[in-house]
Design a protein around this ligand. Structure first.
Ligand code: MG
Length: 280
């Protein structure tokens, strides 16, 4: 594991890029309306990035093990799609769709990563709305776990503890029974915490060490030190934690087709805590 500590110059650029990215993701999310294609949302994202003089980090990026480079600017993932959905002109947003916009940005060689989930139109179940709200809260709980002396495991612990819930359960819909493979399954809130995909170091590259799990033990893992920059990104589902990759080589879906939501911020570790960089 090699954790890159960013220089003050890099941090200044990451702060600028993070601001751009927050505005871009919000603007694209505001265009999520019934009848629009995900391809058209992607083109809009590309235009906004170009307008800033920045470049998309995901376009033509080839992760280890991927069959071919990622073909688009944004990852747009709908309903049971968890992450890495590929925009497509034939994929038209329908009323009630849960739509995640996830974009990586390269601003003068410094990378930030940010995602939000919104619901299209007016028809959506209370369970879907609550899933989206709670995934955003889970992200904030993970971020708020960062203070002087905390570790990567503290972030996962905070997210997991929130998702599992304590005290009176806030169950939405039915809690699906454990599938018996061990570890976190369904929290008292009724959600699955997606396995195998998680946050990461970011800044000089789009993916750096360390891996930031969405579950974990308090005090475990690498220590968070000032100058580290990490992307925290809980992905929750209304069912299983299990996923599979579709034949396009990228789109990750829940194996039980349950709905999924995803929020992500790029966060700087500071002397006393944290600073969210992907913020307007
Ligand atoms: Mg990310």
């Amino acid at each position: 594991m090699f954790i890159i500590i960013k220089t003050p110059e890099e941090i200044a650029l990451l702060r600028e890029g993070g601001k751009h990215l927050a505005r871009i993701v919000r603007a694209v999310a505001e265009r999520v309306v019934v009848g629009i294609s995900t391809k058209s949302l992607d083109e809009y994202a590309h235009k906004l990035i170009s307008d800033y003089g920045d470049t998309p980090a995901f376009l033509n990026y080839k992760p280890d093990g991927a069959p071919h480079p990622f073909p688009s600017t944004a990852c747009i993932s709908i309903n049971e799609e968890v992450v890495h959905g590929i925009p497509n002109e034939n994929h038209i947003i329908a009323d009630g769709d849960i739509v995640t916009i996830d974009i990586g940005l390269n601003h003068s060689g410094c990378f930030t990563d940010h995602a939000i989930t919104v619901i299209a139109g007016t028809t959506s179940s209370p369970e879907a709305k609550k899933l989206v709200e709670d995934t955003q809260i889970a992200l904030m709980r993970g971020i708020e776990a960062i203070h002087s002396g905390s570790t990567v495991g503290d972030i996962g612990y905070a997210i997991q503890t929130f998702v599992e819930g304590s005290g009176p359960p806030l169950v939405v819909g039915e809690v699906v029974p454990s599938d018996g493979t061990g570890g976190v399954r369904m929290g008292q809130r009724g959600y699955g915490i997606v396995r195998g995909y998680a946050g990461h170091g970011v800044g000089r590259y789009i993916h750096e060490d360390p891996f930031i799990m969405n579950e974990g033990k308090k005090g475990s893992g690498p220590k968070l030190v000032p100058g580290m920059v990490i992307a925290i990104e809980p992905m929750l589902t209304l069912g299983t934690h299990k996923t599979k990759v579709l034949s396009d080589g990228y789109t990750v879906v829940t194996t039980d087709k349950s709905l999924s939501a995803h929020f992500e911020h790029t966060v700087l570790i500071t002397e006393n805590g944290y600073e969210i960089l992907t913020k307007e």
